[in-house]
Design a protein around this ligand. Structure first.
Ligand code: GAP
Length: 456
């Protein structure tokens, strides 16, 4: 059953707020631009996205290890990485509308706001010269604010990995090829944030630096491009809404010899979801020079020594969460009523099963509570007894719960329940004792979005 794509960013924003996925931050004070807070279902969803990322690297492979590094690092880090000199956007102010713009994003050099001159008398806006604006947030450590106390909130998690590289060589005796992965908050004072959680000033990254012998860099670059693309497909994103786009030479970051973006067709168009870069030995070389430490890998048996090259898949947890939400959003009609449903991959769904007594009497709530207690040990479940059963199904559909378990009068007689599937709406009768195994079986089964057109 393929359905027309009805998703818009407004619908996602509204559902997110209504059902407690994501709220505008500090709303009681009027909000603060481009900051968002994750509510209950948003936390569960984003945690599942991050857990699947960790699983694909730590559990399904044996050549990737984990790290959780500090947000505030030695300020020399950012000199060595090139962020102090180069992590800038060109900024212009419009004297007419008093707004600030990225010079490289203006169309025809016009800000497009209030016209300041009559038509035909030159440009509509009155822009200042472009000046470079560093995107790093600056703060101070300690009680005295002097030059030596200036530090930065990390603009990427990657550098923490390079700073710790030596530990992994020395203590974990890692030998390239191997990866170090971390998930955590990064901060950028973006000039033009927007589009909900797509571009924020505070966001979460999921980055892995994969250290390889230089001769193997191209091979691993190709490998990680495909592996990261496949990760999104496995988690249910429709392949025709994903593409790999290689960067043109003039788009490449200062550290990169090749980069490809995994792009998703958001309601705002094709946009970057994740970047996979061949960073060469740029970072290790820079940190070796600035710290005066030897960061080479040395093979004690053969005496071979080299600075590894680095392949970096760098994803955003918020952008991925947004892509999963957009791809899952659907509307259909049931019994003459429009239903909003999130067709999320069951592994990502915030709640795996809702347990619903058909009526609030005759021992049904007690059996339902007993089922919740048993399932809770293995899955995220929810109990709901409030309102007509149809409304309760709709509430679960809206948050993407794949299975609703209904306890009815028959359950009291033969200890079976119905399991309703969110997408097919099929109802199967399952023995209560077999329920947990059955749900886990379904959870592990390969899954494809019913919104997609995959052919036979
Ligand atoms: N270490 C390389 C690096 O940070 P990036 O392309 O700047 O590369 C990687 O960031 C990912 O982080 C992006 O693909 C995106 O998913 C996410 N990201 C970057 N800036 C973001 C922002 N302002 N808001 C939300 N996510 C962001």
């Amino acid at each position: 059953m393929a359905t027309a794509d009805v998703v818009t960013m407004d619908k996602i924003v509204s559902l997110s707020k209504r059902r407690g996925f994501i709220f505008p931050s500090s709303e009681i004070y009027g909000g603060i631009g481009s900051s968002y807070d994750y509510g209950h279902y948003g936390v569960l969803l984003k945690n599942n996205v991050k857990a699947e990322w960790w699983r694909s690297l730590l559990r399904e492979r044996d050549d990737v290890v984990a790290l959780d590094s500090a947000i505030i690092q030695h300020p020399r880090t950012w000199e060595a990485s090139g962020h102090i000199a180069g992590f800038t956007d060109p900024l212009v102010d419009c004297r007419t509308c008093k707004r600030r713009y990225r010079a490289d994003k203006l169309e025809d050099g016009q800000c497009g706001e209030k016209p300041s001159k009559p038509p035909g008398e030159g440009p509509n806006c009155d822009l200042t010269e472009a000046r470079n604006f560093n995107l790093m947030f600056q703060t101070t450590v300690g009680p005295v604010q002097d030059e030596g106390s200036t530090v930065f909130l990390r603009p990427e998690t990657a550098q923490g990995i390079f700073l710790n590289f030596k530990h992994y060589l020395q203590f974990a005796r890692k030998k390239p090829p191997f990866g170090i992965a971390q998930v955590g908050k990064s901060f950028r004072n973006e000039i033009t944030p927007g589009n909900f959680v797509f571009r924020m000033r505070e966001f979460e990254q999921m980055e892995m630096e994969f250290f390889v012998p230089p001769a193997e860099a191209d091979k691993w670059y190709d490998f990680w491009k495909q592996a990261r693309f496949d990760w999104y497909v496995k988690l249910g994103i429709r392949p025709d809404h994903l593409r790999l786009r290689p960067h043109d030479a003039d788009e490449l970051s200062h550290y990169s010899s090749a980069t490809s973006d995994v792009e998703y067709l958001y309601p705002i168009g094709w946009q970057e979801l994740e970047g996979i870069a061949n960073r060469g030995d740029f970072d290790l070389r820079q940190h070796a020079e600035y710290s005066r430490q030897n960061l080479e890998y040395v093979d004690t048996a053969s005496g071979e020594r080299y600075l590894p090259y680095v392949i970096e898949p760098a994803a955003g947890a918020d952008r991925a969460t947004l892509a999963f939400l957009c791809d899952a959003y659907d509307e259909d009609e049931i019994e003459g009523e429009t239903r909003t449903v999130l067709r999320l991959h069951p592994a990502l769904a915030p709640v795996k099963a809702a347990v619903l007594p058909l009526v609030k009497k005759d021992g049904q709530p007690e059996v339902a509570r007993e089922i919740v207690a048993a399932l809770r040990e293995r899955l995220q479940v929810e109990y709901d007894e409030g309102g007509a059963i149809g409304r309760r199904y709709r509430r679960q559909d809206e948050i993407g719960t794949p299975w609703s378990i209904t306890v009815d009068h028959q359950s009291l007689d033969d200890r079976t329940v119905t399991v309703r599937d969110r997408d097919s709406l099929q109802q199967d009768r399952v023995a209560i004792d077999a329920l947990a195994d059955e749900l886990e079986r379904r959870l592990r089964a390969p899954w494809r979005s019913p919104k997609g057109s995959y052919g036979p």
